[in-house]
Design a protein around this ligand. Sequence first.
Ligand SMILES: [Zn+2]
Ligand SMILES: [Zn+2]
Length: 370
Amino acid sequence: MPAKELVRPCMDCKDAEAILDTRKRQLCGNCFKRFAGHKVLMRMSKYKMKKANRKTPKLLLPLSLGVSSTVLLHMINDDIERQLAKTFVNVGFELNILVVDPSTILAPDAKYDQAYEAVTKAFPKLTFTRLPFHSVFEYVPDMKEIIQEYAGSKITDDESRSNEDRLTAFRAVISTATSKADLDSVLLTRLVVGYAKGLGCETVIWGDSDTRLAAKTLAGVAKGRGASLTWSVSDGMSPWGVAFDFPLRDLSKPELEQFKSVCDDLSEIIVPDEPISDNVLTKNLSIDELMMRYVRTQGEKYRGVMANVSRTANKLESTTASDDALCPLCGGHVGNVKGNSGVTVANQSSDNYSSKFCYGCMRSRPEATC
Ligand SMILES: [Zn+2]
Ligand SMILES: [Zn+2]
């Protein structure tokens, strides 16, 4: 049979039309999926190493139903399916998936129910759990004391109310967009970790692209949370005894969007990002949103620079002593932190709370004026 007449052959298989461009190469959909999936599987391969007396590691994947975490789930599931079809099966780990219902974080919307139903159908062999955001009170037992001390006179946490009302009351006293987004992400991390610990998971597999890691790095420094970068964007142990791992760190957000575009079965699941509107006043955006915008727009022009930001952050090591006091809210170090974590923190607040919570949390506190 004569060779296929191809207008623009894929540079890998040379047997199909190239449909997308990535890193100066033109690839067909299948070759792109293999290229991107390989980057994640390389990072996941450490869980397949058999060690004597080692129990199968339990991993938790928090799924937001957005592009990045859903693509990560798809890639890992593909590998599990491939393994299960073999004679010598080596999945290497037990995977649990947690969806913190976006309707309880953002605003109620039926699209999240549909996406959740679609994802559980698409991956029938995996175990899914869906929790509302306010279950942070269940999974982090000292949340009541933390909130009370943190918000001080601004709030009286009333345990006789529903957890939903308690969380709403707490979130309502936080004034700026930056502080709201900052504390939401702290609470979300605490909930995910609390659930992971309850399940006996040793590692949380986060679905952050390298674009997002770069944005988190820049935002973290701007918000006075530079000292937490050693675990919030780096692979390693978190302050709560559960490791954090970021297997999408070699792929950018646009590449994950490309992956989605060549995977028909993901279109029903993924809830697309809200489009970036130019009409929103910059002052109404949180630092996290601003940084994500900045990295998205500049990252397309200067991909190497953005990749370098997250790669450099991944090399940071904590230089603080392990017996240093940790912030009861976010787990960051309290007090003066020097060394390669990049921030010297001064306690600016005059009240007695300052000794307990870290600088980053103090800045988001209801009374804080800085
Ligand atoms: Zn190809
Ligand atoms: Zn803190």
